[in-house]
Ligand binder design. Structure first.
Ligand SMILES: Cc1cc2nc3c(=O)[nH]c(=O)nc-3n(C[C@H](O)[C@H](O)[C@H](O)COP(=O)(O)OP(=O)(O)OC[C@H]3O[C@@H](n4cnc5c(N)ncnc54)[C@H](O)[C@@H]3O)c2cc1C
Length: 389
C-alpha cells in the first residue's frame, strides 16, 4: 500500500475538479491526499444541473472555451465507463441531446443568430420548426416559436458522478480527508512545501492542487501575492421537481426526454424521474440561501415553454456557488510563479462538463506527462506579471 504520510500531491477541495485530478494522478502513479473542510461534494458539484452543453453555451468571444468544452464532452463517455468499472457506481451519463427553444418572435429571431454563430464556430446544430420540436418533445407549449437541436449536448447526474469518482479515487489509493480545513499553501525555498491545516499541522508534499471552487479566491491571504487568483462566487439557485404530467402521466413516460433550454432557464430530465429547473445567476458573495425572488425567477416563465412543469411536485430547492473568473474560463495547470502549485479551478458554469479534461490536463502536469495547456487557461493570466506581459 502507498505511504500517504508523505504524499506526492495534496489536493485542496473534494469537488468534481479536485477529485477528478486526484483520481487521474493516482492512476498515473502518484500518492495523493485530498482535503475538504466539509465532505465530498459539499460545494457546487452536487448542486449542479449536470448539463454537458458546450454547443448550447457557446459564445462568440469564448472560442477557446468552446474547443475545451467539445474536447471534454468527447471524453465523457469513456470517463463515465471508466468510473463505473472502477467504482461499480453508475455516474448517470446520458446521451439526451439538447433543444434550445424560443417562446416569442424576438426569441425566434435571436435563435436564428445563435444558429448562425454556432454554424460559424463549426458547432453542430439543427434548426427546427416549432412543429418538429413538438414532435420530439410533446410537452412543449404549442405557442413556442422556434427551436434549435444540439444533438451532441448531453447530461450527467453530478451527484452520481461524484459518488462514482470518490469511490474510484479511493479504490486507486487516494486518501480523502473530510472535515479538514486548509489555511494556506506552505512555501519553502521558493517552492511549494505542502498544505497548512487549521489544526496547526502541515501536510508536506511536493505539489499542491488548488481546487477549492468558489473559495479559491478567498485563500488570498494564505497564498503568495504573485499566485493569487481572482475567483469569485456566482450564486445559482435551482429546483428539483418530480412527477409526470398530462398524456405522459397516463403512459408513464417522462415529462421530457431531452434537455430543454430557453432564454430564462433550462430543464434537465434525470433517469430517476426528477426534472431539474435552473438556474439563477447572482452576484451575492458567499450567500447560499434559497430566496423567494430566486424561486420566482425560476418559475416565472417556464410555463410558456413546458406548461406541465407547474404541476410537478417540488422535491428540493438548492443554491450553490459557481467559481467565476473575469473571462469565464478555468485556471488549469502549473503556476509558473510558484513551482509545485497547480490549479484546477474557476470552472464557472462548466465544471461538470470540464471535469474529464481538467482531470487529464492537470494530472498530466503533476506527473510531468502532459503537453502544455492553452494560454487561454493559464493560471497566471490575471497576475500582475501576466497582465503586463
Ligand atoms: C445552480 C448551478 C448549476 C450548475 N449547472 C451546471 C451544469 O449544468 N453543467 C456544468 O458543467 N456546470 C454546472 N455548474 C457549475 C459547476 O457546478 C461548477 O463549475 C463545479 O461544480 C465546480 O467544481 P469544483 O470542484 O471546482 O468546486 P466545488 O464543487 O465547489 O468544490 C470545492 C470544494 O472545496 C472545499 N473547500 C473550499 N475551501 C476549503 C478550505 N479552505 N479547506 C478545505 N476545503 C475547502 C469545499 O468544501 C468544496 O467541497 C452549476 C453550478 C450551479 C451553482
Amino acid at each position: 500500500m502507498s505511504d500517504h504520510s508523505s504524499p506526492d500531491v495534496v489536493v485542496l477541495g473534494a469537488g468534481l475538479a479536485g477529485l477528478g485530478v486526484a483520481y487521474r494522478a493516482a492512476r498515473l502513479g502518484a500518492r495523493v491526499v485530498v482535503v475538504d473542510r466539509d465532505r465530498v461534494g459539499a460545494g457546487a458539484s452536487t448542486v449542479a444541473a449536470g448539463m454537458l452543453a458546450p454547443v448550447a453555451e457557446a459564445d462568440a468571444g469564448e472560442r477557446d472555451l468552446l474547443a475545451l468544452g467539445l474536447q471534454s464532452a468527447a471524453r465523457w463517455p469513456g470517463f463515465a465507463r471508466e468510473l463505473q468499472e472502477q467504482s461499480g457506481v453508475d455516474p448517470g451519463y446520458r446521451e439526451l441531446g439538447t433543444l434550445v427553444v424560443a417562446r416569442d418572435r424576438d426569441g425566434a429571431e435571436a435563435l436564428v443568430r445563435e444558429a448562425q454563430l454556432r454554424e460559424a464556430l463549426g458547432a453542430p446544430v439543427q434548426r427546427l420548426l416549432p412543429s418538429a420540436a413538438r414532435r420530439l418533445e410533446p410537452a412543449l407549449a404549442p405557442s413556442i416559436r422556434g427551436a434549435l437541436l444540439a444533438p451532441d449536448d448531453h447530461a450527467v447526474d453530478p451527484r452520481a458522478a461524484l459518488e462514482a469518482l470518490a469511490t474510484a479515487a479511493r479504490a486507486c489509493g487516494v486518501v480523502v480527508r473530510e472535515r479538514t480545513t486548509a489555511t494556506g499553501v506552505a512555501v519553502h525555498d521558493g517552492r511549494v512545501a505542502g498544505l497548512d491545516l487549521q489544526d496547526g499541522t502541515r501536510l508536506a508534499a511536493e505539489s499542491v492542487v488548488l481546487a477549492a471552487g468558489a473559495w479559491s479566491g478567498s485563500l488570498r491571504d494564505a497564498l503568495p501575492a504573485e499566485v493569487r487568483v481572482p475567483v469569485r462566487p456566482v450564486k445559482g439557485q435551482l429546483l428539483r421537481l418530480r412527477g409526470r404530467v398530462g398524456a405522459a402521466a397516463a403512459q408513464q413516460v417522462p415529462v421530457l426526454e431531452r434537455v430543454v433550454r430557453f432564454d430564462a432557464g433550462y430543464l434537465v430530465p434525470r433517469e430517476d424521474g426528477t426534472v431539474v429547473l435552473g438556474a439563477t445567476m447572482e452576484e451575492q458573495g458567499f450567500d447560499t440561501q434559497v430566496t423567494a425572488l430566486g424561486l420566482h425567477e425560476l418559475l416565472r416563465d417556464v410555463h410558456e415553454v413546458v406548461p406541465g412543469v407547474l404541476e410537478l411536485a417540488v422535491e428540493q430547492a438548492l443554491a450553490g456557488l459557481r467559481p467565476g473568473t473575469p473571462d469565464n474560463a478555468p485556471l488549469l495547470g502549473p503556476h509558473p510563479a510558484l513551482p509545485g502549485l497547480h490549479l484546477a479551478t474557476g470552472h464557472h458554469r462548466n465544471g461538470v462538463l470540464l471535469a474529464p479534461i481538467t482531470a487529464d490536463l492537470v494530472a498530466a502536469g503533476l506527473t510531468g506527462t502532459g503537453a502544455p495547456i492553452a494560454p487561454a487557461f493559464a493560471p497566471e493570466r490575471f497576475s500582475t506579471a501576466g497582465l503586463a506581459a
